[in-house]
Design a protein around this ligand. Structure first.
Ligand SMILES: C=CC1=C(C)c2cc3[nH]c(cc4nc(cc5[nH]c(cc1n2)c(C)c5CCC(=O)O)C(CCC(=O)O)=C4C)c(C)c3C=C
Ligand SMILES: [Fe+2]
Ligand SMILES: [Fe+2]
Length: 328
């Protein structure tokens, strides 16, 4: 027992088990049934979710997933596994000891129960929970916390726990983003404008105290500063709206359409809220939003991949782990 000083639980959102209507329906039922994600009273929301949304949305979303599905499965999960292996190797090299690292998803598999049991079986009594969300939002990081509490509720003897709330302004995160942009410019050339497109949340959530937009603004500003960008050379927008209410603005799709109409020569697009490429980047940014820009009259459109398992990203995660496990 207690062979490793601590273990790490990396957590991401979750993804369907297959790009099929039934698997996507199961996934969306769990995800959109979480009150952290949709805060409407259950008596009002659950009939809409089960009576309308889960009948209409899954076939369309399953097609989108099929278009990005890889041999190893969903990109979010495949990249998550690579991040897990790379972080384990990096921690072993940096700390000179074997640190168990497990991947868990808030929704679906691998579940937090599975990851927690694997850590217990490795003899771990202290767990650092590291949600792969650089910017805090109650809809994502807050949901990880709730799901973790549920996963641990049958556990008679809790592990000691620490939780990374956010890393939106961590110097190593900012530098990893800046380095990936510089490298992209060197390889593919530089477009006249850089767009930071973040996953949105309803505006109402931010007004109620969710700090997410402030975190996004800080990340974008720090990366722009690291790159020495003039204010007119970059902008920040929000993508991936869901439902009819107002979400954080400006919207990515409207902005790209307007830039296309203006005849902007080209745009580089990066999405710093995603630690791993997924449906929202590989389909929504790579395909859908590219179409809005070029069909409206815009020039070159270049998507800069998420940090995924880049060396600088894994190093940054290892630094976060070292920093948050001091004294363990
Ligand atoms: C009210 C609905 C949603 C909120 C709020 C929301 C916040 C949020 N989500 C992410 C990260 C991801 N979202 C992904 C997919 C996705 N998101 C929503 C809805 C909300 N997200 C839906 C319905 C879906 C599924 C696709 C669809 O039906 O359109 C993913 C991709 C997962 C994958 O399998 O590839 C990620 C990652 C963040 C960071 C965030 C708030 C900050
Ligand atoms: Fe989402
Ligand atoms: Fe989307």
């Amino acid at each position: 027992m207690g062979s490793a000083p601590f273990g790490v639980m990396l957590v991401n959102l979750g993804t369907p088990e297959a790009p099929t209507t039934s698997a996507v329906r199961r996934y969306l039922a769990e995800f959109l049934g979480d009150p952290r994600v949709i805060d409407l009273p259950r008596v009002k929301w659950l009939p809409i979710l089960h009576g309308i949304i889960l009948r209409i949305r899954p076939p369309r979303v399953a097609k989108a997933y099929a278009s990005v599905w890889q041999d190893e499965g969903s990109p979010l999960l495949a990249i998550g596994r690579r991040q897990q292996r790379a972080l384990k190797a990096r921690l072993a090299a940096r700390l000179g000891t074997d640190i168990p690292v497990e991947l868990a998803m808030t929704y679906g598999k691998p579940s937090m129960e599975e990851a927690g049991l694997a850590l217990r079986d490795a003899g771990v009594e202290r767990i650092l929970v590291l949600p792969l969300y650089p910017q805090y939002s109650a809809t994502t990081t807050g949901a990880v916390f709730d799901r973790l509490a549920r996963a641990l509720s049958p556990c008679p003897h809790l592990p000691e726990l620490r939780f990374v709330r956010d890393y939106h302004d961590h110097p190593a995160y900012i530098e990893a983003l800046a380095e990936s942009i510089r490298e992209h410019w060197e390889t593919h050339g530089r477009q006249p404008r850089l767009l930071f497109s973040y996953h949105g949340i309803p505006k109402r959530y931010a007004e109620a105290g969710d700090p997410y937009p402030r975190h996004c603004e800080t990340t974008s500003r720090l990366v722009a500063e690291a790159l020495g960008l003039e204010p007119e050379a970059w902008q920040q927008t929000y993508q991936s709206r869901f439902g009819r209410e107002e979400w954080l603005k400006p919207y990515t799709d409207d902005t790209l359409k307007a830039w296309g109409v203006e005849g902007l020569e080209g745009v580089d697009v990066i999405s710093p809220a995603f630690a791993a490429d997924c449906l929202e980047t590989l389909e929504e940014l790579e395909v859908e939003n590219r179409g809005y820009f070029t069909e409206a009259g815009g020039g070159d459109y270049r998507y800069i991949p998420a940090l995924n398992d880049r060396a600088a990203h894994i190093d940054m995660l290892a630094s976060l782990v070292e920093q948050h496990t001091q004294g363990w």
